[in-house]
Every structure is written in structure tokens, then in C-alpha cells.
Design a protein around this ligand. Structure first.
Ligand code: NAP
Length: 475
């Protein structure tokens, strides 16, 4: 708490805007409330009418228990010192620079909304999709609801072996009946029912099993699917198993994964209708065009994995190639950030340049922008699980506390922060139909109501227009 700082503080509360309402945004608000107590007032500005970021639009519909974390965020949002402004786009309805007029400090919690580029010839062929788009589509995210996927092929391949790749493989491998009770977007299940040919889903790691980016929990779930066998070729993990046995594989996560995948390799398939096949040490070098001008396969180079000069295990092409007949490919090679004009951006890392959460004027500079901070994936890149964002937010809020109430926060441009109604008046003058948390609770109740009629957790609004119409805003 701020005990020792309380003297000398302005009588009005310290006003902070948090841009983005995903996990990192909510954990930032929670940490601010904890640190500043009654002295803080937080506004959350979210470009969608609905809160919770990846918890709503990214976490897979068969992971309902993970989504329960939203009730914790709700409790934070119900704090009277917190206001939610949904459907307000910073970098659209309001520039980052304008926020200075309303707030003492701004914390960007905008995540990483794009997928990392995969520079492989043919990657734009019809049939080659981004996992980000697929995940957004099956979750009913308004940005992706119109995406189309041609999924009815015998073989699909997922590039990458992180948790997103595992999500995509698992979602494809499940029987359509398994989605009935979830909050999967209403248009997805009929599409899944129309898939007749799909038999094999390859998940392709460019390094070995010991370097797999996914977690053991997700692999175990993949191995327990009703409708699909998980398959690992014994030869492909033999070297990792040897390293496990002779003790040269030290990393405990890697040891657990290799041990588990060894058991899967020994077990072999049981004859379920679909197969999820993990393959290692393979990099895509070309997506191949078929006669119908769409994807017909992938050319993959076999890799050897060995340490680089810093001891990091890296994949090196061997000059040996294999061909995989895949009619559909998902690129699940990680996310990267979207640039907001007026907010510094490091094009190389896809993040907002910062030191411990203080935003820097430009990548590589040591000069901070007074009163501007960043949390979550926009700060550190797309790593970690939802809970990782809590510690990350606490780190950034510690820097806010350290800066408060001294310079640099009280720069001349922040000297006359008007009262809390000013942002509301500005949004209204601009005809921006913002969504309050009370409005969100109406949306929430309606989604649950409509969902329950069909035996589902909820049926989401999948377009901004429909959501706003439900709230009575027709324009
Ligand atoms: P990720 O964990 O970074 O995995 C990316 C995968 O793509 C890695 O296997 C990586 O291989 C591979 N890759 C990268 N560039 C490549 C290239 N040029 N060619 C071939 N392969 C390439 O990213 P993610 O799966 O998008 O997940 C992002 C974060 O969200 C992670 O922290 C993840 O745990 C989290 N998440 C969690 C859950 C869950 O808890 N269920 C679900 C989804 C996402 P290398 O390792 O060799 O770089």
C-alpha cells in the first residue's frame, strides 16, 4: 500500500486508464487497487463491446474450467472505483495522445492479436490458414466470424507444437457431438458435422519432443480423446528417450514430456476414427499448390537439433526432405502484437518497448514516456499461461507506484486532468456508443439465456453490430 506516500498527494484520486480487458488488463487493475487503495480510479477501455480478451475469444470451448477465471475479473470490475468502457477503440475513437487529457497514467494491456509471420513459399494458398483466425472463428470472435475454412480433407497439418497447435488439433479431432454443451460459436458445429473425410491431423514440431513448447497437461488431454488416437513414432523420440535415461536431459518439463510421449509411442493406436500424429524435427519449406490452385501438400525438411553457441537447442536443416499430402494446414507458430499509431512499437519483437513495464520512446532507447506503461503479452511477448499475467501486472504496477506521485508522472501535459465525467462527455460528443459493465451483464445474461435453451453454457453474440443492437444502439 501507499502509506508513506499519502501525504502530499492531490485530493482527487490518481486516474489510470487500462487499455484492454483481457487477463493482463484485469490483473493490472487488481494490482492498482491493491497498491493505491481508495486513492485510485481506473477506467478500462476495450475495443470490443465484451470484456475478457483471450478468456472469451482464445481459450478453447472445451476448456470451460479455465474460462471460470472471468468471475474473478467480474469482481474486480464491480469495484466502484473501476469503470468499463467497451466498444471504445484507442487508436480509433480516441488517440493515445488524447488520453493524456483524462488520465494521470495509461497502462496498455492490448495483448498480441496477430499471428507470427511464417515466411514459407505458398503460405497464402487457399487451404493454408492461421491458427489465430481458426481459434477466433470457433470462439465466435467478431473479427473472425466471417473467416471460411475448407476442412473436409483426409489429412490436416498444424505447424508448431505449442498449446495453440494442440488446441487446434484437439478441436479438429473431437466428434461434433462433444461440443453441444460448450460456448462454441453456433455456426461451428454444423460446419464440423459436414466434415466427412478427415482422418489424420499431423502436429509438426521443428525441434524434438524435449523442446516441445506445449504443456504436459495439454498432451495428456490429447491422448484421452474419445474419437482420436494420439500417435508418436517410436523412432522419432528415441534420441530424447535415450537422453532421459542416461540423465543428459535435465529440464524437468522436458523429462516429463519425453517420458509421457514414450508411453504413447509404446502404446500405439487403438483404432479410433481419427488420429492425431505428433512429428518432430520437421520444418515446412514449401506449401505445395495442387491442380485446383489450392493447397495439396507440404514439403518438409528434416532437422537435426543441436545447441547453438549459447547452448540453446536449435533446428538445423539436414537437406533431407519429405512430402506430406495435406489438404488443410494451420500455422500455429505464435502471436505478435498489433501496432497502435502513437504508441511505440518494436517491429522485431512485436511488442511495446519497455523496461519493467515503463514504455520507452523507441526500441533500444532508455528514455521512458512519462506515465505510460504496458503489461501482458504486449510487454513481454506471447508466453506463459493466464496466471503468468498476474505477476507481470504486479511488476508493472510496482513501477507505477515507484513513479507516483513524483515526476515523471506530473509532467506539464498532465497538470490539468479533468474530472471523471470528461471522458464520458467526449465519447458522447463523438457519438461513441460505449458499453458499461452493467450493459455487459445484460449481454452476458442474454447469451446465457439463449445458450441454455439449447443446452449450452452460452450462445455468444458474434458481431459487434448485433451486440450493440441488443443494447438498443442501431447505428
Ligand atoms: P508457442 O508456445 O510459442 O509455440 C509456437 C510453436 O511454433 C513452437 O512449437 C515453435 O517452435 C513453433 N514455431 C515458431 N516458429 C516456427 C517456424 N518458423 N517454423 C516452424 N515452427 C515454428 O505459441 P502458441 O502455441 O501460440 O502459444 C502462445 C502462448 O499461449 C503460450 O504461452 C501458450 O502456453 C499459451 N496458451 C496456453 C493454452 C492453454 O493453457 N491451454 C492454450 C493456448 C495457448 P520452437 O519451440 O522451435 O520455436
Amino acid at each position: 500500500m501507499l502509506g508513506e506516500m499519502e501525504s502530499g498527494v492531490n485530493r482527487r484520486p490518481f486516474r489510470v486508464a487500462v487499455i484492454g480487458s483481457g487477463p493482463s488488463g484485469f490483473y493490472a487493475v487488481e494490482a492498482l487497487l491493491e497498491a493505491f487503495g481508495a486513492q485510485i480510479s481506473c477506467d478500462i477501455l476495450e475495443r470490443l463491446p465484451t470484456p475478457f480478451g483471450l478468456v472469451r475469444g482464445g481459450v478453447a470451448p472445451d476448456h470451460q474450467s479455465i474460462k471460470k477465471v472471468a468471475s474473478h475479473y467480474e469482481r474486480i470490475a464491480h469495484n466502484p472505483q473501476v469503470r468499463f468502457f467497451g466498444n471504445v477503440k484507442v487508436g480509433g475513437d480516441m488517440t493515445p495522445h488524447e488520453l493524456d487529457r483524462f488520465y494521470d497514467a495509461v497502462i496498455y494491456a492490448i495483448g498480441n492479436e496477430r499471428d507470427r509471420h511464417l515466411a514459407v513459399p505458398g503460405m497464402d494458398l487457399p487451404g493454408c490458414y492461421s491458427a489465430t483466425g481458426f481459434v477466433g472463428w470457433y470462439n465466435g470472435h467478431p473479427d473472425f466470424k466471417k473467416h471460411e475454412f475448407d476442412l473436409d480433407h483426409e489429412t490436416a497439418a498444424v505447424i508448431g507444437i505449442g498449446n495453440v497447435a494442440i488446441d487446434v488439433a484437439r478441436v479438429l479431432a473431437r466428434h461434433p457431438d462433444e461440443w453441444g454443451h460448450t460456448d462454441i460459436a453456433g455456426y461451428v458445429v454444423p460446419k464440423f458435422r459436414s466434415i466427412k473425410k478427415l482422418k489424420r491431423i499431423y502436429v509438426l514440431g521443428r525441434r524434438g519432443a524435449a523442446q516441445a513448447a506445449c504443456t504436459l497437461k495439454e498432451l495428456k488431454e490429447l491422448a484421452q480423446l474419445k474419437h482420436a488416437d494420439l500417435i508418436v513414432e517410436p523412432d522419432e523420440i528415441a534420441a530424447d528417450r535415450k537422453a532421459l535415461e542416461d540423465g543428459s536431459l535435465k529440464d524437468s518439463k522436458a523429462r516429463q514430456i519425453v517420458r509421457y510421449l514414450g508411453e504413447i509411442a509404446d502404446r500405439g493406436p487403438s483404432g479410433k476414427p481419427r488420429q492425431v500424429i505428433l512429428r518432430f524435427c520437421l520444418s515446412p519449406v514449401e506449401f505445395l499448390e495442387g491442380a485446383n490452385r489450392r493447397l495439396a501438400g507440404v514439403r518438409l525438411e528434416k532437422n537435426e537439433v543441436r545447441p547453438d553457441g549459447n547452448g540453446v537447442m536449435r533446428p538445423y536443416g539436414t537437406g533431407q526432405f519429405i512430402h506430406l499430402d495435406a489438404g488443410v494446414v494451420f500455422k500455429a507458430v505464435g502471436y505478435r502484437g498489433n501496432e497502435i499509431p502513437g504508441v511505440p512499437f518494436d517491429k522485431r519483437t512485436g511488442t511495446i518497448p519497455n523496461i519493467a513495464g515503463r514504455i520507452l520512446k523507441r526500441p533500444g532507447s532508455q528514455e521512458v514516456i512519462p506515465g505510460e506503461y504496458v503489461v501482458g503479452w504486449a510487454k513481454r511477448g506471447p508466453t506463459g499461461l493466464i496466471g503468468t499475467n498476474k505477476l507481470d501486472a504486479i511488476e508493472t504496477v510496482k513501477t507505477v507506484v515507484a513513479d507516483y506521485p513524483n515526476p515523471p508522472l506530473q509532467g506539464p501535459h498532465r497538470a490539468k486532468v479533468p474530472d471523471e465525467s470528461a471522458i464520458v462527455e467526449t465519447l458522447e460528443q463523438r457519438n461513441v456508443r460505449y458499453v458499461t459493465f452493467k450493459d455487459w451483464k445484460r449481454i452476458d445474461a442474454q447469451e446465457v439465456r439463449v445458450g441454455q435453451k439449447q443446452g449450452k453454457v452460452r450462445e455468444k453474440f458474434t458481431s459487434v453490430k448485433d451486440t450493440m443492437k441488443f443494447l438498443g444502439h442501431n447505428s
